[in-house]
Design a protein around this ligand. Structure first.
Ligand code: GLA
Length: 699
């Protein structure tokens, strides 16, 4: 007998039919309350089979009347290529539902665990156990399947490359199969496992919690709906389950909108020391201001100048270890360079902490340069496939972290630096894609490597529970819901050009809340693009995120330092609003104008940034989303920054509005909108709105 089970979070609901045999049929999935089972049975003769074989199911398996893309497949040396589970049972836990079944012929047991999370997310993960007597070759096992209503489907995803991450693309896909596969061994810059789907007025997002090889497949069902599958991608032969072995998939998430994913990351996934996020410290990162040229006196003076303008965390980037004068040597040699630091790092760390700042330090633990002491001692520690050339990328190879002696060595090296110094933060970098990912037995092992990296991060966090970690991978190459279970912020992109950052940060914000996205004010001309941009534009574009500075403050004039100090003070004043749960909002860019901000009952911060020159004669009034104006009452513009905004032209009425002389109903900003003047290209404006005190309508 089949049975119906329902599962819901605060925002999403799922109704399933557990069949006598086969996979759980998705009767409904969508906004909670709208996901009950259909009123009447639909045609049972789906797929042309005489007995009903539903095609919209969780994790379909092939070969038994399901003709779509199988989400789970494998075999035992060529046989047992069919999987057909039966005997389904449902077990409820706190916010969870586990569906279990077994295939007695192939001798594989399955458990699908659904969880409800903060923000109304629903997650899915799968375990498969080989209870047969021979090895089972698992070719594929997705972590979860979510259903859309079908018809033309809009897929909103991001793509890009180094320095151009998170470029938003909207593709309408018709019938057939859409697939995104990444084989880079890291999340990647180009195929990010996070996207939104939209169809028939319904929209939801999906994200995979995994940083290794991954895939998202959208398939058409015979009943007109679509299945969105997310999971790990195995190389041939990679996932072989010995008798008794269990495969555990990563976690796949579905959420109703960006705010839901933000809430989940902020309140549940990110492993904040002491259980909750504290105000994000304004950071100076030394990379673009120094590169490999570390000079103690200068670094100390930079730290002093940084502290004077309000910086709270000083991060020493690449170049402090081995003989690391450029990127050709020393990865793997995590001992302090005695030529640059004859008395060790302590004098610098003490200087930084003496100024009241936190000290952070860069590591790239997974990597090794062939020119290094470590490689001389252990050439066999690198990922390699016998008889194949070692392929370098940025002059480096990758260590096999699945070997306990390698992970132990790295742990001891990192631990020693952290024990000897007051380190509050690690910038954990990963500057190459994985190739020839073979272990000692010559088998593919990206799956094991990825899990070993997480385990090393976790071990370091356990040993140093107060330390925060940033996930960096040539900029934003490892940004996903797997690594964010181990880390506390991401380096969004190596491109620090504020104009480029508009799109990069917009794309990343679809899934990540602003406080997890590192955003730094860097020098002008910009080191990546050569573009010259005003300090106010650079600072305001970074303002809402995890704000920082990526330049040598000694190379700024006193006036520039003072101006930057002003923006740092503004950020500190506003960060509790900008990073408050549920406060952030963002508009789709129109005519080169990007708008984002945060709203609370007593203050709304709006950042308006103009990228390229507008085409229109006048900008359309700026309409804030209803969520930002829900507080009601009469408000006014209390302040704006910079003091003299770069407008192309403005009327007296607009100047009065900006000066706070005009009050308005807040709700009016959603209907009529704020008639702002036109900004010059490559300039920005921060508006702070306040309710009019004593206004009886403001509750
Ligand atoms: C990568 C990072 C940069 C910097 C360099 C150091 O490119 O993304 O921020 O840390 O490595 O080599």
């Amino acid at each position: 007998m089949s049975s119906i089970v329902s599962f819901s979070s605060s925002a999403l609901g799922l109704t399933l039919r557990l069949p006598e045999s086969g996979m759980p049929e998705i009767l409904a999935f969508g906004a909670a309350g709208e996901s009950e089972a259909p009123l009447i049975e639909r045609s049972s003769r789906i797929n042309g089979m005489d007995a009903a074989v539903p095609s919209c199911v969780l994790l379909p398996t092939g070969g038994m009347g399901f003709f779509g893309w199988p989400a789970i497949s494998g075999h035992r040396d060529g046989s047992d290529f069919l999987l057909h589970f039966s005997g389904w049972s449902a077990t409820r836990g706190d916010n969870s539902l586990t569906l279990s079944a077994r295939d007695g012929v192939a001798r594989i047991a399955i458990a699908i665990t659904l969880n409800a999370h903060e923000g109304g997310l629903i997650s899915s993960r799968v375990t498969l156990t080989n209870d047969g007597e021979s090895a089972y070759q698992l070719d594929r096992c997705m972590a979860g399947s979510f259903a859309t209503t079908g018809a033309d489907l809009l897929v909103e995803h991001t793509t890009g490359m180094w320095g151009r991450e998170f470029q938003t693309r909207r593709d309408v896909i018709g019938q057939g199969l859409w697939s995104q596969e990444s084989r880079r061994g890291r999340t990647s810059h180009d195929r990010v496992p996070m996207l939104f789907v939209e169809s028939g007025g319904e929209r939801f997002g999906v994200a995979l919690g995994f940083s290794g090889n991954h895939q998202i497949v959208i398939d058409s069902c015979d009943d007109g709906r679509r299945l969105v599958h997310l999971g790990e991608l195995f190389e041939p032969g990679e996932m072989r389950l010995a008798p008794g072995d269990t495969y555990e998939s990563p976690v796949a998430y579905a959420g109703s909108d960006s705010a839901a994913f933000h809430a989940f990351l902020r309140e549940e996934l990110v492993p904040w020391p002491e259980g909750g996020m504290r105000p994000r410290p304004v950071t100076l990162n030394t990379w673009e201001g120094n590169y490999f040229d570390h000079k103690m006196d200068s670094l100390k003076a930079q730290a002093t100048a940084a502290a004077e303008i309000g910086i709270e965390r000083f991060v020493l980037d690449d170049g402090w270890f081995g003989r690391r004068d450029d990127d050709t040597t020393s990865l793997g040699d995590w001992d302090i360079d005695p030529t640059k630091y004859p008395d060790g790092l302590a004098p610098l760390v003490d200087h930084v902490t003496g100024l009241g700042m936190e000290f952070g330090i860069w590591f790239e633990p997974e990597m090794i340069n062939p020119v290094s002491e470590l490689y001389k001692a252990h050439p066999d520690w690198v990922l390699q496939v016998e008889g194949r050339p070692l392929l370098l990328s940025r002059n480096q190879l990758v260590l096999d972290l699945s070997r306990p002696e390698v992970s132990d060595h790295l742990f001891c090296k990192i631990d020693a630096v952290l024990r000897a110094h007051a380190v509050a933060y690690i910038k954990w970098d990963m500057n190459r894609d994985l190739t020839h990912v073979g272990g000692r037995k010559g088998r593919a092992m990206t799956a094991r490597q990825t899990r070993a990296v997480y385990a090393l991060m976790e071990r370091i966090r356990k040993a140093h529970p107060a330390v925060e970690i940033e996930s960096c991978a040539s900029g934003g190459g490892r940004v996903d819901f797997g690594v964010l279970a181990q880390t506390h912020r991401v380096w969004t992109s190596d491109c620090t050009d504020a104009l480029e950052r508009l799109e990069i940060q917009r794309g990343a914000s679809a899934f990540l809340p602003p406080e997890l996205l590192g955003s730094h004010v860097s020098a002008s001309p910009n080191h990546q693009t050569g573009r010259i941009l005003s300090l106010s534009f650079r600072a305001l574009v970074a303002m809402a995120y995890h704000f920082g500075v990526e330049l040598n403050p000694l190379e700024m004039s006193a006036a520039e330092r003072e101006e930057l100090g002003g923006y740092i003070a503004t950020h500190k004043r506003l960060r509790s609003l900008l990073h408050a749960p549920g406060a952030a909002f963002r508009l789709d860019p129109v005519d080169g104008r990007h708008v984002w901000g945060a709203a609370s009952a007593d203050r709304i911060a709006v950042i308006v940034a103009q990228g390229p020159q507008m085409v229109a004669e006048q900008p359309a009034p700026l309409r804030l989303p209803a969520a930002a104006t829900r507080f009601g009452g009469r408000w006014r513009i209390a302040s704006h920054s910079p003091q003299a905004p770069e407008f192309i032209r403005s009327s007296q009425a607009q100047r009065d509005l900006l000066a706070g002389a005009v009050s308005f109903d807040l709700a009016n900003l959603t209907s009529a909108g704020l008639p702002l003047p036109m900004l010059r290209p490559e300039s920005a404006l921060l508006l702070e709105l306040e309710p009019i005190t004593g206004d009886p309508t403001h509750g």
